[in-house]
Write a protein that binds this ligand. Structure first.
Ligand code: HAM
Length: 421
């Protein structure tokens, strides 16, 4: 019986990896330009960490976590909570006032798998801890937007403000009052969450709920003066940086820790899974996790969704290639080539050969398949005559290549030749 991968857990095959590496390389380069430093936290955390930060009444904590119940441990469903836990645990705030961090890695949520939605998926997550200024919100969104641009992808940006502990409770009461009078027409989930997490009704996908919330009170009309001013400055910041956005007062996000600015990068090209990235501010969260009362903001991009988009939108990325393939014919030539390939690799070249003693035709085919720039053909006779044949795989032109002197000489000659092509 063949053993298959677990449902919702996917292999990323070598033919897809160029896209993934390009995505990571581009992201790391941009993160570096924006002064972010990498952090790597463990996959397993205490379950309590996620319950306390993401929120007990969220879908993630209620039903999507991979938890080892007997051990009280959970495989991280997202990165923010873990990064903040590490921040507090290592007292990072003592070293400098503002921390700009990123993490790239797998996350785990037990959702129903579909296109762009997996149970193990990967995020590129960014967090700026210690800055409350609205310019930082705009800067972060501009960074996300630049990253999508440099990946050759188009997505739109939607923003909202969820207020703060000062103004949100009054809005919540208003919203519950509004929803209560329409309770019977809400979906089961929204009815159940009416008193625990009423804001979720605002972005419920159920058509009945969608219709009801069209006329629901808007959080943007209930912001306190500080939150209102903050949101205005965020928008001004985006305007200044020429980042297009639309306001979406229905955006609430599936995690409870958000305050003030929230945002999503959306695409129309992935069916139901429209969000390629999302995030927001979480000003009280660090204190809630036992740390200093510092503000924070971050977002995460979903890498499977980016990879799908790159494939669909045919965004350019480098294919892996080989510099030189040595087609060796005969046992002595193969022995010689084995040493030369290793010397070439030591010198920094992507060199390859075949050890199975196949025909020249088969080896030339293989050289083509792995995208080799040149092929060096060495037979036992060529070895004896100290003269191999070098074929340019682009134009099929051939030239003699002397095998005189030691292999160091040959490596130098090949390096020179490749550098000039
Ligand atoms: P999130 O909206 O839950 O936010 O996830 C961010 C992104 O991860 C989504 O926009 C999506 O692209 C991707 N994603 C989420 N779930 C899946 C899935 N099951 N399969 C594939 N991709 C998925 C967060 O996780 C927050 N921690 C973001 C954040 C950072 N907020 C502040 N700092």
């Amino acid at each position: 019986m063949k053993i298959k991968a677990v449902n919702g857990f996917k292999d990323i095959l070598p033919e897809d990896i160029a896209r993934w590496q390009h995505m990571e390389k581009t992201a790391r380069d941009i993160f570096d330009r924006f002064g972010l430093r990498e952090i790597r936290t463990p996959i397993l955390e205490k379950t309590e960490l996620f319950a306390r930060s993401i929120g007990e009444a969220t879908d993630i904590v209620e039903k999507e976590m991979y938890t080892f119940a007997d051990k009280g441990l959970t495989m991280r469903p997202e990165a923010t909570a873990s990064i903040l836990r590490a921040f507090v645990e290592h007292g990072l705030h003592v070293k400098q006032p503002v921390h700009r961090l990123y993490q790239i890695g797998p996350m785990f949520r037990h959702e129903r798998p579909q296109k762009g939605r997996l149970r193990q998926f990967h995020q590129m997550d960014v967090e700026i801890i210690g800055a409350s200024e609205p310019q930082v919100d705009a800067e972060l969104m501009a960074m996300g937007s630049l990253l999508l641009d440099e990946l050759g992808l188009s997505a739109s940006l939607e923003i909202n403000s969820l207020g703060c502990p000062e103004c949100r409770p009054a809005f919540r009461v208003e919203l519950i009052k509004y929803l209560e009078t329409r309770r019977d027409n809400l979906c089961r989930d929204c009815q159940r969450r009416l008193n625990t997490n009423p804001l979720r009704a605002l972005d419920c996908k159920n058509p009945g709920c969608r219709e009801i919330v069209q006329d629901a009170p808007s959080i943007l009309d209930h912001l306190c003066d500080d939150c209102d001013a903050h949101f205005s400055e965020v928008k001004k910041g985006l305007d200044q940086l020429q980042i297009p956005y639309t306001e979406n007062r229905f955006m609430v996000r599936g995690l409870d820790y958000y305050t003030r600015t929230t945002f999503e990068f959306l695409t129309g090209d992935l069916g139901a899974q429209a969000a390629v990235g999302a995030g927001g501010r979480y000003d009280g969260l660090l204190a809630q996790l036992g740390g200093p009362d510092l503000p924070g903001i971050g977002f995460a991009l979903g890498m499977e969704r980016l990879a799908l988009l790159m494939e669909q939108q045919d965004s350019p990325h480098e294919q892996p290639a080989t510099d030189l393939f040595i087609a060796a014919l005969g046992p002595d030539a193969a022995h010689y080539a084995t040493g030369l390939v290793h010397e070439l690799r030591k010198a920094g070249l992507r060199a390859a050969m075949d050890h199975s003693g196949r025909s020249l035709k088969a080896q030339m085919k293989q050289a083509g398949r792995i995208g080799s720039r040149f092929t060096l053909i060495i037979g036992d006779r060529e070895l004896e005559e100290q003269q191999a044949v070098l074929r340019d795989m682009h134009n099929q032109e051939q030239q003699d290549f002397p095998l005189t002197g030691d292999q160091d000489n040959q490596v130098r000659d090949l390096l020179r030749l490749l550098a000039s092509n």
